[in-house]
Design a protein around this ligand. Structure first.
Ligand code: TIU
Length: 226
């Protein structure tokens, strides 16, 4: 006889998120130096990167919790091949950034795989066995093997954090929702260069009875399974 699935009941909006630990993964989106530290892609777009700093210790607490609960942990990086063959001109040429994707910056080439600035920040460094997904798009399912790998592992629920809330995190959560995953986004573990965009994103995800999924507070997540 197989043991019943271990469930963690997390108080959330629009209602409780009942996490089945064996079928759930923590997905931390793009917690990279390129977005969080000066000299990377985020700053090259004209953003104040200090607005993302509070999400780092919050994501670190969430990561410790997920590891303690035995959840699969997935880290993503927005990144491109050195020859930029996976970067459409429409992405590289968009806007008027100080430096474009592939240009040389103080932390290496902007948003290029393997460069120092493309690494995940030290406080959230992946452990051996945790998945690291390099993604050329905003969503983590686009042009990656993430969907196939999660399906092969029997994962049905995603607990999400990362940056930025309304860009890569929201895109990934919407992609996942359309693929049938139940998704919980953890408020303090996500951040935006535009705080009002973050708040609007959280509101729109849970509106209409959770049209895209759930949003929960960090303390409520940590209290589950404590
Ligand atoms: N610009 C911005 O807010 N975000 C991105 O370009 N990528 C991610 O969100 N990771």
């Amino acid at each position: 006889m197989t043991a019943p699935a271990r469930t963690l009941r997390i108080a959330a909006r629009p209602g409780p998120f009942v996490c089945r630990a064996d079928e759930a993964a923590l997905v931390l989106i793009d917690m990279q130096r390129d977005f969080i530290e000066p000299g990377g892609f985020g700053e090259s777009l004209g953003n104040d990167v200090s607005l993302l700093a509070p999400a780092v210790p919050a994501a670190a607490r969430l990561l410790r919790w997920a590891r303690a609960q035995g959840l699969l942990v997935v880290h993503t990086r927005e990144s491109h091949a050195p020859d930029l063959s996976d970067c459409p001109p429409a992405k590289r040429l968009r806007g008027a950034p100080r430096q474009r994707i592939g240009d040389a910056g103080p932390m290496g080439r902007i948003l290029v795989r393997g460069e120092p600035g493309n690494a995940i920040v030290d406080a959230l460094a992946p452990l051996a066995g945790e998945w690291q997904i390099d993604k050329p798009g905003k969503g983590a399912f686009h042009a990656t093997a993430l969907g196939e790998r999660l399906a092969a592992r029997g994962i049905r629920q995603l607990i999400l954090g990362g940056v930025t809330t309304e860009v890569c995190v929201q895109t990934t959560m919407r992609e996942a929702n359309d693929r049938g995953y139940e998704c919980l986004l953890v408020d303090e573990a996500t951040a935006s260069y535009f705080p009002d965009f973050k708040q609007a994103t959280l509101s729109m995800l849970v509106a209409q009875g959770g049209i895209v999924g759930w949003v929960g507070g960090l303390e409520q997540v940590l209290a589950a399974g404590a």
